[in-house]
Design a protein around this ligand. Structure first.
Ligand SMILES: *Cc1c(COP(=O)(O)O)cnc(C)c1O
Length: 424
C-alpha cells in the first residue's frame, strides 16, 4: 500500500500495469483460469497457494478494486459482494452463528434492520437494538454473554444520525467483540472508521462509491486489528474441516476474518460481484474524492436555504450548527458528511407529497447518493414495513423527506426546491 493522500489513492491504488499492459484496468470476463498441472490447481483449493481458479471466489478485476477500497479505508483486505445487503449479511454471518446475539444501532438502513430483525432472527441469531444516541450504560446493558458483534452506521440512512464510533468500539472491545460499521454515506473520503476503533467496515457501493447509479454492489473491509483469540470465535481459531483442518488465525494472521469471509462464505453462498460491475465501480471510485467535495458543499447550501424557508418545519443536516449531531460530525467527519439532507415540510405527510410531486429536476427514486439530485419519502417506501414505534426509533418521522443533493449547479437545485416549496 502506498503513502499517497486519499484523493490520489482513489486513482492510483489497486491496479498497477506492468510493461506493455493496458493502462486502464481491464474487465476479466472469465469464470475460469487455466493451470499447467492439477497439482498446481489442487494447491489453490487447499489454500496452500495464492491465485485465481473460479470467479465465485476471486477474479483479477474484482481483486484490483478490492485492493483499492482496502487502501482507501486503511484495511488489510476487502471483499466485494453482489450488493450492500450481501455485505451486511456476510459481515455478521462470518462470526455469528445460530444461538449467538448481535447488538445493533436502531438508526440503520431499513434493509439492514429487516435483515437483523427478521431474517437473522429466523436463522437463530438474536438481536438487541440500541438508540444511537444512547448513554454508555444503556449500550453496556445490551450485551449478553453470547453477543458476537456490534453493528452501526457511521451516518445513518435516512435519519443522518452520527454514531459515536469511539464509544461503540470501546464497549464492543470491553465485551470481547468487534464493531462493524456501515460507512456507505460518508465514504472513506469523509470518514475512516478504523481510525476511531472500528474493526470491520461495510459499504453499499451502489451509492456514492459508484456514484452514477449504474451498478449494485457491496464491500466488506477488514482492519486486521481485532484479536479473535479470546475463545468467542471458534470459527476463526479452531480447525475448518472443509479445508482439511485449516485454522484461519494461524494460517492467515490478521487477515483471518476477510480470508474466511471469502474462502468459506463466498464459496458457499456465492453472492459474488460481477467483473463488469467491478469495472463500473472502479470508474466511480476514480472521481469519488472530487464528487464528495461537491456533494457536501451543494448539500450545505441546500440545507441553509431550507433552514431559512418559512414552509420548512425542520432540517436535519449534520453540517449545520443547529444539528444535534454537529459536534459528532465535526469530530468524525471534519471535511464534510455527505450530500443527503432530510427535512420536514409544514403540513406533514400531504405537504411532503405535494412538494415531491412539484419538483422538476429532482426525480423521485428509491436510490440515494448518486450524482443526480433525487428525493424519497422513506415512511411510505424504504421504511414502510416498520411500525410507528420502530420508525421513531430509527429517527424517521412521517413527514421526513430524504433529499439527496447531486452535483449539478447548486443554484439550479435551490431554484427547483424553491418552486416546489411554493406549491407544497
Ligand atoms: C443502500 C444501503 C444498503 C444496502 O445496499 P444495496 O446495495 O442496496 O444492497 C446498506 N446500507 C446502507 C447505509 C445503504 O444506504
Amino acid at each position: 500500500m502506498s503513502e499517497y493522500r486519499i484523493d490520489t489513492k482513489c486513482i492510483q491504488e489497486g491496479y498497477s500495469p506492468k510493461n506493455g499492459e493496458p493502462r486502464v484496468m481491464p474487465i476479466v470476463q472469465s469464470t475460469t483460469y487455466t493451470y499447467d498441472s492439477s497439482q498446481a490447481m489442487g494447491d489453490l483449493f487447499d489454500l496452500k497457494a495464492d491465485g485465481f481458479f473460479y470467479t465465485r471466489l476471486a477474479n483479477p478485476t474484482l481483486d484490483a478494486v478490492e485492493k483499492k477500497i482496502a487502501a482507501l479505508e486503511g484495511g488489510v483486505g476487502a471483499m466485494l459482494t453482489s450488493s450492500g445487503q450481501a455485505a451486511s449479511l456476510i459481515s455478521m454471518l462470518n462470526i455469528c452463528h445460530a444461538g449467538d446475539h448481535v447488538v445493533a444501532s436502531s438508526a440503520i438502513y431499513g434493509g439492514t434492520f429487516n435483515l437483523i430483525f427478521k431474517t437473522m432472527q429466523e436463522m437463530g441469531i438474536e438481536s438487541t437494538f440500541v438508540s444511537p444516541g444512547c448513554s454508555r450504560e444503556e449500550l453496556q446493558a445490551a450485551f449478553r454473554p453470547n453477543t458476537r458483534c456490534v453493528f452501526a452506521e457511521t451516518l445513518s440512512n435516512p435519519s443522518l444520525v452520527v454514531t459515536d464510533i469511539e464509544m461503540f468500539a470501546e464497549e464492543a472491545h470491553a465485551h470481547g467483540v468487534p464493531l462493524i460499521v456501515d460507512n456507505t454515506f460518508p465514504t472513506p473520503i469523509n470518514c475512516r472508521p478504523f481510525e476511531f476503533g472500528a474493526d470491520i467496515v461495510t459499504h453499499s457501493t451502489s451509492k456514492y462509491m459508484d456514484g452514477h447509479a449504474v451498478q449494485l454492489g457491496g464491500v466488506i473491509v477488514d482492519s486486521g486489528k481485532f484479536d479473535w483469540n479470546n475463545g468467542k470465535f471458534p470459527m476463526l481459531t479452531q480447525p475448518d474441516e472443509s479445508y482439511h483442518g485449516i485454522v484461519y488465525t494461524e494460517k492467515f494472521g490478521n487477515a483471518a476474518y476477510i480470508v474466511k469471509a471469502r474462502t468459506h462464505l463466498m464459496r458457499d453462498l456465492g453472492a459474488q460481484a460481477s467483473p463488469q460491475n467491478a469495472f463500473l465501480l472502479n470508474l466511480g471510485l476514480e472521481t469519488l474524492a472530487l464528487r464528495m467535495e461537491r456533494h457536501c458543499s451543494n448539500a450545505m447550501k441546500v440545507a441553509q436555504f431550507l433552514e431559512n424557508h418559512e414552509k420548512v418545519s425542520w432540517v436535519n443536516f449534520p453540517g449545520l450548527e443547529s444539528s444535534p449531531y454537529h459536534a459528532l460530525a465535526q469530530k468524525y467527519m471534519p471535511n464534510g458528511t455527505c450530500g443527503v439532507v432530510s427535512f420536514g415540510v409544514k403540513g406533514g405527510r400531504e405537504a411532503a407529497t405535494r412538494f415531491m410531486d412539484s419538483l422538476k429536476m429532482a426525480s423521485i427514486v428509491t436510490h440515494v447518493a448518486d450524482l443526480r439530485t433525487c428525493v424519497l419519502h422513506p415512511a411510505s417506501t424504504t421504511h414502510r414495513q416498520m411500525n410507528d414505534e420502530q420508525l421513531a426509533e430509527a429517527g424517521v418521522t412521517p413527514d421526513l423527506i430524504r433529499f439527496s443533493v447531486g452535483i449539478e449547479n447548486p443554484e439550479d437545485i435551490i431554484e427547483d426546491v424553491a418552486q416546489a416549496l411554493e406549491k407544497a
